[in-house]
Design a binder for this molecule. Structure first.
Ligand SMILES: [Zn+2]
Length: 63
């Protein structure tokens, strides 16, 4: 299996996979966010307007 995605630096179990998004006017934004494949880790990186923001834990909404 070829290792094509970077290893998660937090848990070192999962890998970071890129997520794409769609911007205004339907243009696609490639690799806007990266998330760890390990669900117990939840590490994620987002790129907004050229700035990197990081969240170690994805915020859960509780009702
Ligand atoms: Zn991880």
């Amino acid at each position: 299996m070829e290792k094509s995605y970077p290893e998660c630096l937090k848990c070192k179990i999962g890998v970071l996979i890129p997520l794409s998004d769609y911007g205004r006017e339907g243009s696609s934004i490639l690799y806007k966010a990266w998330v760890c494949t390990n669900p117990e880790c939840g590490y994620n990186l987002r790129i907004d307007n050229g700035e990197i923001s990081r969240g170690d834990v994805i915020r859960k909404t509780t009702k």
